[in-house]
Unconditional design. Sequence first.
Length: 489
Amino acid sequence: MSDQSPVIPGFHPDPSICRVGEDYYVVCSSFEYFPGIPVFHSRDLLHWTQIGNALTRPEQLRLPFDMPSSAGIYAPTLRHRNGRFWLIVTNCAEGAGNMIFTATDPAGPWSDPIPAPGVPGIDPDLVWDEDGTCWCTVAGVSQVRIDPATGETFGTPHRMWSGAPGAQAPEAPHLYRIGDHWYLLIAEGGTERGHSVSIARGPSPAGPFEPCLANPVLTHRSTHHPVQNTGHADLVQAADGTWWMVFLAVRPGGGTPGWHVLGRETFLAPVTWENGWPVVGEITAPEKSPAGEPFHDDFDASALHPSWISLRDRAPAHCTTTERPGSLTLHARGTSLDAPDAVFTGRRQLHLNCRARTSVDVSQGCGGLAVRLDEQHHYDIESDGNEVRVISRVGTVRAVVATRPGPANPLVLGVQVTPPPAPHDARTGPDVIALGTEEPDGTFTALATLDGRYLSTEVAGGFTGRVIGLYAAAGTVHFDRFTYEPLTP
């Protein structure tokens, strides 16, 4: 297909899917951001709407400030059984481990965590056999019997089939009973360019498993395909009997080695069965998705839209829409976005080309608008009332790259992400990011235009993607509105 768009664009990795009647639900990893685990709903598998987040309370999700970026919430699995949704996930913050949550409505509220200390590793999966026994399988690949209502495990985790001999990172296991067989689906090859999906089958949840001779059943490695790093998949049977696979992948841009900036996104492909094995078809993309529509927030509601995410916590003392009605008010904690306790609230960048604007009042502090990947990789435009400045943080280098006198409040700050200018060669980056101010007549004036490659996973490392958002670096900062809109390349 010519359109290789994801069904859930932007930093939405590690999708897990389940169907209840005519309704489909997907959850994704959220790493260092709060609230955790976005929950999406669809009726057609193509068009998805975020209906909430599973982890919305501090007692559900604690992410300490000394936890590095790209730690936190890894790879949830979502399942439905006997009228209840079950969610198992790993919190990679020190001392947290694997936890189970339940809900009768996937939009929430979800329960407090049920610790599962006997489950080792990451990427936990839940499945029930014909007798009602529940099994948990984790990256590695190993399995243990579990009572999901209490988190208690029974026996010692035992090793299972774990993919091609010598392949790195066998992970993301999911077990299914389909027809006469139990199928074990895994990812292997690492979540970079070698990522792939393989499958085996056996007579019981514990195996023994025979691998598919056509493994990997999905990979784009060593190809010119515009979608790369395909892996971490989950299967679902649609209401009409057809089968589908959701999986993560990236869209690298620019020259060599290619840089992906939005993070790992959720894609969809059809699945057919031949001789008892799944055959994965071409990527299926939506013709039009709600994610392609502009987003505007005047902060009139008492609670933020579920697509807003904050760094590590969202304490009402530091982030609120009720202190000044019609505004998002941020009270600074860290002194800049370099600090892990920075007060930052943003939305995932969903499009390769886009722009964002915010109206900010810095009469009581200093803050602004940022494009963030992590503490060491972000571009910011901020004001303290006296000066507007653009800050570039790349690795160990932090620099103020442009300044101008600060106009009277309110001030409209903006960022614009567009393709790199010609001519292109093997070293051309994926995009450019302009940061500037907007005049009352709508004219945008860029103070600096920076190379987007430095806010990419290939440069920064880690597992996340860009988030465009609002922050306070000192005192109190009020934001009266925020607008995000996709741009035609």
